[in-house]
Design a protein around this ligand. Sequence first.
Ligand SMILES: NC(=O)c1ccc[n+]([C@@H]2O[C@H](COP(=O)([O-])OP(=O)(O)OC[C@H]3O[C@@H](n4cnc5c(N)ncnc54)[C@H](O)[C@@H]3O)[C@@H](O)[C@H]2O)c1
Length: 324
Amino acid sequence: MLDQVKVGFIGAGGNASGHMQRVAEIEGARITAVCDLVPEKAEAAAAKYGATAYTDYRRLLDEADLNAVYVSVPPFAHYDAEILAAERGLHLFVEKPVALTLEKGLEIWDAIARAGVLSCVGYQLRYSPFVDPIREFLAGKNLLMVSARRWGSLVSTPWWQKMELSGGQLVEQATHEMDLIRYWAGEVRAVYATYARKVHGNVPGITIPDLQAVQLEFASGAIGQFVTSCTGCPGGRGFEFFLEGMKLTYDGNAPVLTPAGAAPLDVEPREAESIDRVFIEAVKTGDGSRIKSTYLDALKTLDVTLAANLSAKERRPVETYFSW
Ligand SMILES: NC(=O)c1ccc[n+]([C@@H]2O[C@H](COP(=O)([O-])OP(=O)(O)OC[C@H]3O[C@@H](n4cnc5c(N)ncnc54)[C@H](O)[C@@H]3O)[C@@H](O)[C@H]2O)c1
């Protein structure tokens, strides 16, 4: 049991700043080191939290007094920070998507598993109030089909708009919904995806598709479809689960069963947990059992989204790596 959890940050961009604020509010946690390639970002965050600033994560890992590290860099920038941190026995919080290739993700997972450190990936939707009640409702039922959507807007961050840097909306952003689909409906055995560029196709610098439709084949035999868009067309996010004689709908509010009362459904929201508190507590106690998305689990979500990218590119169904 640690009295104090000393935390380092690799990447001090928009997302990391939220984690830093939440970590700083946790009693018994202290941010001791912050690294960013942009010195001003590292220095500003370090000054705010009384930490040491670095521009080279290798130096941070060599010199700083740490128990855990957050890695919050863009998808293309996962090199060896996680591997070096794990080799030093540091517990890891890694932002999704955990890599841009399965090879890199597997290499990092191997280092984490060999070191036996804790890992937690930033799929914070898993900790929101209705997610576990839905999972419990679906468990043991004959799920037939899933229909899900995420309609949103283009993210202005330059790397986000480039396929080779972000992996596209499905890999980078709608990975949250794909991760929930796995959490609820189980593993995906194969995908068949079609993508289009109907709004941003001629905009210089934007290389990601703006419409993505993925057919899903689950290990259970259920099938499904997940569609995403970053065209700015309103639509939000939503999930429908078709079961024998009933349908469960979830859009972020209390889930709705049709017909009402077809089966017992606990729609009482559980208290939302902070993923940062769960992670810091796990590091403090050495007990990772409340972490809902480990690195390996997150790698399986990446696997599905990368399989979809390959499927759309080669216009053929693709089996997921983890289904082999
Ligand atoms: N869980 C969520 O809901 C959520 C929300 C937003 C972003 N994210 C994820 O967080 C990650 C970062 O996103 P962001 O929006 O903060 O991006 P960002 O571009 O605002 O910040 C990334 C930062 O990483 C720095 N960086 C890049 N390579 C580095 C390296 N080798 N060493 C040190 N610093 C490096 C950049 O200089 C930049 O400041 C992405 O993976 C993104 O998908 C997750």
